[in-house]
Write a protein of this length. Structure first.
Length: 149
C-alpha cells in the first residue's frame, strides 16, 4: 500500500503520496504502489489540461490507475525522468520510495530530488497549493483511495 507522508520542501510542509516499494522496470511493482503512481501522473496531466498548460500534456494521458505495470506506465516514468533530468536524481525508469521523516528538502540551486518527491512537488504546485492533492486523487479515482494509508 502507498502512504500519505508529511513532506517539507523549502520550509513548507504538506501531505504527499509515497510508495512502499519501487515502481517501474525491474521494480517491486506492488499493485497499490503502481496504481498510486499511475493516478499521480494522470491527475497531473488532467490538472495541466484544465489549466490550459500544454507543457507535458502527453504525460499521463492514457494512464488508467489499474495497478498493472505495462508499457505505458514504464514509458511515462522514463519520459518524465528524462524530461526533468536536471531536477531529479536518476532517469532509471524506476520510482523509488522516499524517506521524509525528520528531513527538510530544498528545491533549486542544482539540488536534485527523487522522482516521487519531484512528482509530489509538481502536483502540489499544479494544485496551486490550496488543495490537498492526495485527497483529490482519492476522490477522482475511487479505486485508488483504498490503497492510500
Amino acid at each position: 500500500m502507498s502512504r500519505r507522508d508529511l513532506i517539507t520542501i523549502d520550509g513548507v510542509s504538506n501531505y504527499g503520496l509515497n510508495v512502499f516499494g519501487s515502481v517501474g522496470a525491474g521494480g517491486a511493482n506492488n499493485p497499490g504502489d503502481v496504481m498510486v503512481v499511475q493516478a499521480m501522473f494522470r491527475y497531473l496531466h488532467d490538472i495541466r489540461v484544465q489549466q490550459g498548460y500544454l507543457k507535458n500534456s502527453w504525460m499521463g494521458l492514457d494512464l488508467e490507475p489499474n495497478g498493472i505495470l505495462g508499457h505505458k506506465t514504464i514509458m511515462t516514468i522514463l519520459n518524465y525522468q528524462r524530461h526533468n533530468w536536471s531536477a531529479i536524481m536518476a532517469a532509471d525508469g524506476v520510482i523509488h520510495p522516499a524517506k521524509y521523516e525528520n528531513r527538510k528538502l530544498t528545491v533549486g540551486n542544482g539540488k536534485r530530488l527523487m522522482t516521487i518527491t519531484y512528482l509530489h512537488f509538481e502536483l502540489w504546485l499544479a494544485e496551486d497549493t490550496a488543495k490537498d492533492y492526495t485527497q483529490e486523487i482519492g476522490k477522482k479515482f475511487l479505486n485508488v483511495a483504498f490503497w492510500i494509508r
